[in-house]
Design a binder for this molecule. Structure first.
Ligand code: ADP
Ligand code: ZN
Ligand code: ZN
Length: 673
């Protein structure tokens, strides 16, 4: 007879506890999925074993018993330990953490379904010798792998320096030693390029893929292949960090600076932190790779938390692309009001005539970003956010890019009745249309959230561009990321300033990264490419450093600003969001917590508790939301999260709460939700 502590598979704060049950089968283990009678009605519920002991922690009047084990699904002790840690770190419910590890979905009907990688033979690439830099990086990585020491690396390698080759060799070594490897990429659309390369190297049968686009059946089957030890290499987007591997030797985050590594759903985890936690449990290593590391990670490498490995050259010594900055204010003065400067036009023509391909990058989708009445100046705005709606020509609708609100754009002004509606500002849809008109003889494709919606569409667009069927590819940040095309002679950045005007402390960082990454798509074959950056802010430090491809100078400027302002990495921004149906209650709750936090954290932390702010919502739909922001200095996270946890527990004890709370550390966007 054993006593087990269980987490019940029930999504409620009220049941977010460990429940003690008896278990008559002594073989019960931590991580096991079981079924138990629960609550008053004793309805059978799934549950997960978090602890097993011979003695009960207390006397139980009417101890209930585990009725049966789940034969298909079980977690490991390490996973359960990670769940406990996540609950503390992110103040999520136990079950929210557990569900990241479980397969979700059910066994698919056998034979009906194709494995995600079936029939994928990949394209083998001949790599005879590593470059000196690759070799040096690998020597350090394998020495830690061999020693079986937990260690963190930042692989800072310029685009095209051959980071992927380093990843593959490190993984080969890791799996040869009988250990597991997780390869993470920032976006599902990038998994195909990388799985092709991995399949060619390791064989499709030795790789599992995990990401949120798999059907439940696919996901379940991949999960079981991994859990049963059938595969040791897992590739996927951020959720793959929860792959049910044991004996993890290596976890790699490619393009570690990407914001998609931060979860925007509960639990709001940071993928890097989970990777470090999991690899740490197995004495494995973590590699964060990027050409443009996040300011936070780079600073940590200076402090010795990550060991930095640098690759400054492209593998074939092809020079970095030649970058030109075009000041669009001058272009305007000369009377060119088009979105394409004469320099960009001329260079496109030259490259296309030489048989080269062109990528045009603009981080704004849709057709026009601003719809207004010429007669009275009325601007069509989102009823919820107050910002101007973006006109999408293909659907004829106005879309709010913050909250997703959509409406038909009227043909007459709702204010004055005039028919003089004007469409200003340009997005990718307009760029594609303009370019098609300017270069009718060259096929063009557009890659952005709108064209990627259909299943398989992304792959088709990328394949067509890779094969040369399309000559011009225009799109948003997806075209800037990780893609490796050999024949791209020119990358045009249509407007470098777009991300500069977003009210977020990370805007300069995003701007630098996007330009530098987009520029890195040029000249990946045997000749160096060209990059043209169009901007209205040629003097901005992020734009200048990106144009000069000078990470160091960007970092120096940026870290000084962060330090002065007390932003990450010098603090953690903890956002506490209150929501509820009645505005006064939500607002009262926020003030209440504010007061409590002042008391709990004391005078020394008073400045770090900012005044609660109301957030934008559609009241009829989602009620009201208030945001309370804490700027938590270094080394104080435990203190702050502890206080928040106490307050959360108090709220849980209340019979009836008229508001809800969730907590997000370093959220991706502070101003909307
Ligand atoms: P990164 O990820 O650093 O941008 P990749 O790993 O995609 O760079 O490498 C760019 C290209 O260089 C790829 O096509 C890759 O096959 C090739 N490559 C990398 N290392 C070598 C090498 N040592 N010898 C020959 N080709 C290489
Ligand atoms: Zn009007
Ligand atoms: Zn909106």
């Amino acid at each position: 007879m054993k006593y087990v502590d269980l987490v019940i598979a029930n999504k409620s704060d009220k049941t977010d506890n460990l429940y003690t049950y008896g278990c008559k089968d002594d073989s019960v283990k931590v991580g096991q999925k079981v079924y138990v009678p629960f609550a008053k009605g004793n309805r059978e519920r799934a549950a997960y074993v978090f602890g097993v002991s011979d003695e009960p922690a207390a006397e139980f009047g009417n101890l209930k018993y585990v009725t049966r084990f789940d034969e298909e699904v079980s977690l490991t002790e390490e996973m359960i330990e990670t769940c406990r840690w996540m609950k503390k770190r992110y103040l999520c419910r136990y079950i929210d953490a557990v569900e990241q590890f479980t397969p979700a979905g059910h066994a698919s009907r056998r034979g009906k379904r194709k494995k995600p990688l079936e029939g994928n033979r990949g394209e083998p690439q001949d790599i005879e010798a590593l470059t000196e830099e690759q070799q040096a990086a690998l020597v350090r990585i394998s020495s830690e792998l061999k020693a079986g020491r937990h260690h963190l690396f930042l692989l800072h390698g310029i685009t095209g320096s051959g980071k992927t080759e380093v990843y593959m060799r490190a993984i080969a070594e890791c799996v040869a030693g009988g250990r597991g490897a997780i390869m993470l990429v920032p976006e599902i659309s990038l998994t195909k390029q990388i799985t092709d390369r991995f399949a060619a190297r390791f064989g499709a049968e030795n790789i599992a893929i995990l990401h949120s686009r798999l059907t439940p059946g696919e996901r379940y089957d991949e999960w079981q292949r991994i859990r049963r030890g059938g595969v040791r290499i897992v590739i996927g987007a951020r959720s793959a960090v929860f792959a049910p591997l044991e004996n993890i030797g290596i976890i790699i985050l490619d393009e570690e600076h990407e914001t998609t590594y931060k979860s925007d759903m509960t639990p709001k985890y940071e993928t890097m932190e989970v990777a470090i936690k999991r690899a740490g449990a197995w004495n494995g290593i973590v590699i964060a790779g990027s050409a443009t590391p996040s300011v936070v990670t780079y600073q940590r490498s200076l402090e010795g938390i990550y060991e930095r490995l640098t690759m400054k050259n492209r593998y074939n010594m092809v020079k970095l692309p030649q970058v030109r900055v075009v000041d669009m204010r001058e272009e305007m003065k000369r009377g060119n009001t088009s979105i394409i400067s004469s320099r960009l036009y001329d260079e496109m023509e030259r490259q296309l005539e030489q048989g080269k391909q062109v990528i045009l990058f603009l981080n704004r989708r849709g057709y026009a970003t601003f719809v207004s009445c010429r007669n009275c100046g009325y601007v069509i705005t989102c009823p919820r956010c107050g910002i101007s709606l973006t006109y999408h020509k293909s659907s004829g609708r106005g879309v709010c890019h913050y909250c997703g609100h959509e409406e038909k754009i009227p043909s007459v002004c709702p204010e004055c009745g005039s028919r003089e509606i004007s469409y200003q500002g340009s997005g990718t849809e307009k760029v594609a249309e303009k370019i098609a008109a300017l270069f009718p003889e060259y096929p063009i494709a557009r890659l952005d959230l709108d064209t990627m919606k259909k299943r398989g569409a992304t792959e088709k667009i990328l394949d067509d561009f890779a094969s040369g069927k399309t000559r011009i590819l225009t799109g948003t940040q997806v075209v800037a990321k990780g893609l490796d095309f050999r024949n791209v002679g020119l990358v045009g950045i249509v407007s470098a300033d777009v991300s500069l005007h977003i009210p977020d402390y990370r805007s300069p960082e995003r701007t630098f990264q996007l330009i530098a990454q987009a520029a890195g798509r040029a000249g990946r074959g045997d000749e160096s490419g060209k990059v043209i950056i169009q901007t209205y802010a040629p003097d901005n430090y992020a734009v200048q450093a990106a144009a000069a491809q000078d990470y160091q100078s960007f970092f120096r400027e940026e870290i000084a600003v962060r330090k002065f302002m007390g932003y990450p990495p010098y603090s953690d921004l903890i956002q506490v969001v209150f929501s509820g149906k009645q505005r006064d209650r939500v607002s009262r709750a926020a003030s209440l917590w504010e007061g409590q936090l002042h008391r709990m954290l004391g005078e020394a932390n008073a400045d770090s508790i900012l005044k609660p702010q109301e957030m934008q919502t559609i009241p009829e739909k989602e009620g009201y939301k208030m945001s309370l922001l804490l700027k938590c200095g270094r080394g104080r996270r435990g203190l702050y999260m502890g206080a928040l946890n106490d307050l959360k527990n108090r709220l849980k004890m209340k019979k009836r709460a008229d508001y809800r709370v969730y907590i997000d550390v370093n959220p991706y966007s502070l101003w909307r939700n």
